[in-house]
Write a protein that binds this ligand. Structure first.
Ligand code: NAI
Length: 468
């Protein structure tokens, strides 16, 4: 049977594209190599890591956070296997949910490794080595990304002692010393999980800042908060070797500016130095699909590759490697394939780091505005001046609203604080509608909420904050 659309890969990009296309009346199949749907995000990424972040945060709160509230004598004991059970159950509910949605939308799930044979043809090789060739009008490559490793440094990841995020969410015991290579999102999230459960955590980062690309002021204050929680940072430090040895592994790093090497002994080393597009075995070169210089599938503004009828979305193409960016691309592409006008606004893609406090941002940073020569106003408001934050003892952090000096249009919002990942969306909606700092400040915010700090920061950008 011929399909309208075959999607290769069932991560957030692929499965959302398939559902949207089916809702719009297309006959859709999804090819997936893994035993369950949902890709990296649902199986070994976003979802399981959030289960562990929540559980470890609850443990840390019970261990240290309750006495100041007058709740004394709570001494939690850690049952790591049970915590991992919560993670596994969360994953199962989510991947089963995708299978249910496929059934509901009459999407054919085809288990096996997909290969693009050219326009209109996809081969699928099952676990038993049998190959079938399927015909379709359109093909979507949504194969995601894989661990990049450390550029120029051979590292043998065994997922026990030297781990990627995959092993980092499945350790059988809490490491005494966890060395994290890379101070990006994965390193800080998983470093937080194990730090809360009792590990000493050292983060070795090449740049002078953590979360490179994040607003500089946010990154600096956030690092201080993590340091206060006990995370140790070696910045401007280039890791040159990771080898098994000693009590687990040895990590060698040297100052980027030059100087003597240092060796750290670790029980476990987490390699979190980025991800690369995953296109292994897809047959893209043979099919004539062009790649860019960074190994990503090249696409135009409508997700079209160089081969007619072959499209690509998500981590395998340009742009931030974020599940929600992939989802929105999936929706836009399905709409285009159904004859509608699909579109993604890349200027308004929020990003969230799910540590405690959370970091959330949307739009441009002060550094980006300065580089672009844009005249802007910055309004800031600290959670120390917010009543709800005080009541919850969650006063760490602040909100920063950046708006155009001439027009007052909001260009970026950056939040570090409790619940930042939820609060950021009012800024995203405002920016999607081209709203101004005054619009945000004049929108009635319920009292007492943490979100009032967003309103106050907007007030600060266009006039003056009331409560500071
Ligand atoms: P990343 O790109 O965020 O950070 C990697 C860090 O490693 C960089 O700061 C880089 O300077 C550093 N690094 C590279 N080579 C080094 C060396 N030799 N020595 C020391 N440091 C070195 O990558 P990460 O954290 O692995 O995440 C991968 C992707 O997954 C990212 O695109 C991220 O956005 C996404 N992700 C998003 C999450 C979220 O939105 N909450 C959660 C987890 C992952």
């Amino acid at each position: 049977m011929a399909y309208d659309l075959i999607v290769i890969g069932s991560g957030p990009g692929g499965y959302v594209c398939a559902i949207k296309a089916a809702q719009l009346g297309l006959k859709v199949a999804v090819v997936e190599r893994r035993a369950t749907y949902g890709g990296t995000c649902l199986n070994i990424g976003c979802i399981p890591s959030k289960a562990l972040l929540h559980a470890s945060e609850t443990y840390a709160h019970a261990a240290h956070g309750m006495e100041p509230l007058g709740i004394e004598g709570v001494k939690p004991t850690l049952n790591l296997a049970k915590m991992m059970g919560h993670k596994d159950a969360t994953v199962k509910a989510n991947v089963d949910g995708v299978a249910f949605l496929f059934k509901k939308n009459k999407i054919d799930g085809i288990r096996g490794t997909g290969k693009v044979l050219g326009q209109g043809k996809v081969s699928v090789t099952g676990d038993n080595g049998e190959e079938q060739v399927l015909e379709t009008k359109s093909i979507v490559i949504a194969t995601g990304s894989d661990v990049a490793g450390i550029p120029g440094v051979p590292v043998e990841i065994d997922e026990k002692v030297i781990v990627s995020s995959t092993g980092g969410i499945a350790l059988e015991k809490v490491p005494g010393h966890l060395v994290v290579v890379g101070g990006g999102v994965i390193g800080l999230e998983l470093g937080s999980v194990w730090g809360r459960l009792g590990s000493k955590v050292t983060v070795v980062e090449y740049l002078d800042t953590i979360l490179g690309g994040m607003d500089g002021e946010v990154s600096k204050q956030y690092r201080r908060m993590l340091a206060k929680q006990g995370m140790d940072f070696k910045l401007g430090a280039k890791v040159t070797g990771v080898e098994k040895g000693g009590k687990g592994a040895k990590v060698t790093f040297e100052p980027v500016k030059g100087g003597e090497a240092t060796v750290l002994d670790a029980d476990v080393v987490l390699i979190a130095t980025g991800r690369k597009p995953y296109t292994d075995g897809l047959g893209l070169a043979e099919a004539g699909v062009a790649m860019d210089s960074r190994g990503r599938v090249e696409i135009d503004g409508h997700f079209r590759t160089s081969v007619e009828g072959v499209y690509a979305i998500g981590d395998v193409v340009r742009g931030p490697m974020l599940a929600h960016k992939a989802e929105d691309e999936g929706v836009a592409l399905a709409e285009i394939l159904a004859g509608q006008a699909g579109h993604v606004n890349y200027d308004v893609i929020p990003s969230v780091v799910y540590t405690q406090p959370e970091v959330a941002s949307v739009g441009q940073t002060e550094e980006e505005l300065k580089t672009a020569g844009v005249a802007y106003k910055a309004g800031k408001f600290p959670f120390t001046a917010n009543g709800r934050a005080r009541a919850m003892m969650a006063t760490d952090g602040f909100v920063k609203v950046l708006s155009d000096k001439e027009t007052d249009r909001v260009l970026g919002v950056h939040i570090v604080g409790f619940g930042a990942g939820e609060m950021i969306h009012e800024a995203a909606v405002l920016m999607e509608f081209g709203g101004s700092a005054e619009d945000l400040a004049r929108t009635c915010h319920a009292h007492p909420t943490m979100s009032e700090a967003v309103k106050e920061a907007a007030l600060a950008a266009f006039f003056k904050p009331l409560h500071m």
